[in-house]
Design a binder for this molecule. Sequence first.
Ligand SMILES: CCCCCCCCCCCCCCC(=O)SCCNC(=O)CCNC(=O)[C@H](O)C(C)(C)COP(=O)(O)OP(=O)(O)OC[C@H]1O[C@@H](n2cnc3c(N)ncnc32)[C@H](O)[C@@H]1OP(=O)(O)O
Ligand code: UBL
Length: 218
Amino acid sequence: RDVENMRLIRSLVRHVKYFLGLRFDVSGWEHLQTEGPYVIISNHQSSLDVLGLMEILPDRCTMIAKKELIYAGTVGLICWLGGIVFINRKKPNDARSVMIDASKTMLDDKIRLWVFPEGTRNQTGNLLPFKKGAFHLAVQAQVPIIPIVFSSYSSFYLRKQKQFNSGTITIKILPKIETKGLTSDDIPSLIDKSFHLMNSSFLSISNSVPHSNGPCKH
Ligand SMILES: CCCCCCCCCCCCCCC(=O)SCCNC(=O)CCNC(=O)[C@H](O)C(C)(C)COP(=O)(O)OP(=O)(O)OC[C@H]1O[C@@H](n2cnc3c(N)ncnc32)[C@H](O)[C@@H]1OP(=O)(O)O
Ligand SMILES: CCCCCCCC/C=C\CCCCCCCC(=O)OC[C@@H](O)COP(=O)(O)O
């Protein structure tokens, strides 16, 4: 169990996109060239996000995930080996204390953490209001937040209707938001700022992309 295993996991999982006929169009790579630990936040539409995540995952970066994933067979084993930090959403006090510990580990072990601040998968067409954990994490560690937005999958993947075509996903990496000097009092405005930046980016990249690369056989 070590965050360094994410290098191997990343290089293997990246190939899954070819089987699904997915392409990624990434902008803002330069914003990931930030030294040291940081917190990445991104929108969360589906398990497919894992492919986009692996497309751009920086070194020494792992994720915060719901603890149920540990029991998901091979996926759970991969998550465990990659040093993913598991939280129990049914026990928010425990989840918070795990994240407080993670803010210390980030600094001690020079780790970057990826959090989905919506806290659950969402394909409603707008981002869900953000949970606060990712922002506490960044403020407690006094590290920057790097917001990342995945364009809507709705033109090629509809989970409820069980429809899937191949398609292109636009990923926009936004400039980092500094948290140096911020305290817990600043968290509501930090969330507000991050949410509005990400939601407007989400709407703009979701409307401007020709998503579907054509039908895919199933
Ligand atoms: C074949 C291929 C194999 C591939 C394998 C590849 C592996 C890759 C896997 C990738 C996995 C991705 C998995 C994604 C997920 O699992 S998403 C779901 C789990 N993640 C989250 O839920 C994160 C977001 N949630 C939060 O951050 C929450 O805040 C949480 C910490 C869980 C707490 O929940 P809740 O109480 O409901 O949250 P609130 O935000 O409403 O906060 C309530 C009050 O608590 C205060 N708070 C929150 N966090 C902290 C903290 N860390 N420290 C101190 N205080 C905290 C918060 O301020 C609220 O209080 P006030 O209202 O401000 O008084
Ligand atoms: C035609 C098929 C289209 C979908 C196929 C998806 C293929 C993706 C390929 C490999 C990735 C598998 C890794 C699965 C990791 C799942 C992470 C995840 O998404 O967990 C859910 C969690 O965050 C929130 O849970 P809830 O939404 O609250 O419950």
